[in-house]
Design a protein around this ligand. Structure first.
Ligand code: CP
Length: 286
């Protein structure tokens, strides 16, 4: 792996390699390598799990905080990236509210770049940890039916996930109101959660991405909320997933989020091993 900018550009064999490496019990120690987190947008899970993953590999990990950085004095993002490279960075982990910023950075630095979520575009390591979690629960991914529910249009998580599921041979159905399903061509769409629930192996619930809406959002009822009653319509073996952060009571009932069929905290836990696998594959060749 040189960069990880999208699932779209990631060959299937690289996806499988990351999932297999993440399952190993021990990681290679890569002391002296430097991982820099640059988060221009809020994060709990992604930032902290990259930090833990880098430490697990014996690398040095430092955090660039845009709010207290020299960007406040007018320095450009390009000069920030070149400065971090001059400080010895091997990997830049970048989150930004604008789509394309990680790709832009990767065009002029020699170190590796990981997209940790860019605008509405992609969040590839989230998709990798989601695949890992699904495989952990079911032993396989091919042939499963996954419903991705809610604000698909504004969700980088959804865009990466359905591309990843397609590469792995799973079937995806995007479920939500028409205004949230007009993003890109691809998988099946459905406007009725109630109709789809009985056929799902995985019900993947999204937060409504209000910060990315151009107009005030009127949720228009609870037709796409995974309520306790709706969760009983899922097959017994089906699992519930959510990338976090959750808004309990909005897109999902607390009782469902905390139920035995919920894999939400497994997703968080698995994020460390999957991100360690990504970093190991990037840094071992450097
Ligand atoms: N799923 C996810 O990206 O969570 P954070 O925004 O907390 O990193």
């Amino acid at each position: 792996l040189t960069n990880l900018l999208s699932i779209e550009s990631m060959p299937l064999e690289n996806i499988q390699r990351v999932l297999d490496v993440a399952r190993q019990t021990g990681f290679e120690k890569l002391p002296g390598r430097v991982v820099v987190n640059l988060f221009y947008e809020a994060s709990t899970r992604t930032r902290l799990s990259f930090e833990l993953a880098a430490r697990r590999l014996g690398a040095d990990v430092i955090t660039f905080d845009p709010e207290t950085s020299s960007e406040k004095k007018g320095e450009s993002m390009k000069d920030t990236a070149l400065t971090l490279q001059a400080l010895g960075a091997d990997v830049l982990v970048i989150r930004h509210s604008e789509s394309g910023v990680p790709k832009f950075m990767s065009d002029f630095v020699n170190c590796s770049v990981v997209n940790a979520g860019d605008g509405t575009h992609e969040h590839p390591t989230q998709a990798l940890l989601d695949l890992y979690t699904i495989r952990q629960r079911f032993g396989q991914i091919a042939g499963l039916r996954v419903g991705i529910v809610g604000d698909v249009k504004h969700s980088r998580v959804a865009h990466s996930l359905y591309l990843a599921l397609a590469k792995m041979g799973a079937e995806t159905v995007l479920i939500g109101p028409r205004r949230f399903l007009t993003s890109r061509p691809g998988p099946y769409v459905s406007y009725s959660l109630d109709t789809e629930l009985a056929s799902l192996d995985v019900c993947y619930v999204l937060r409504t991405q209000k910060e990315r809406h151009q107009h005030a959002f009127d949720p228009g009822g609870v037709a796409y909320k995974l309520t306790t009653r709706r969760a009983t319509m899922l097959p017994d073996h089906a699992i519930v997933m959510h990338p976090g952060p959750m808004n309990r009571g909005e897109e999902i009932d607390s009782e469902v989020a905390d139920s035995p069929r919920s894999a939400i905290l497994d997703q968080v836990t698995n994020g460390v091993a999957v991100r360690a696998a990504v970093l190991q594959e990037m840094m071992r060749g450097r």
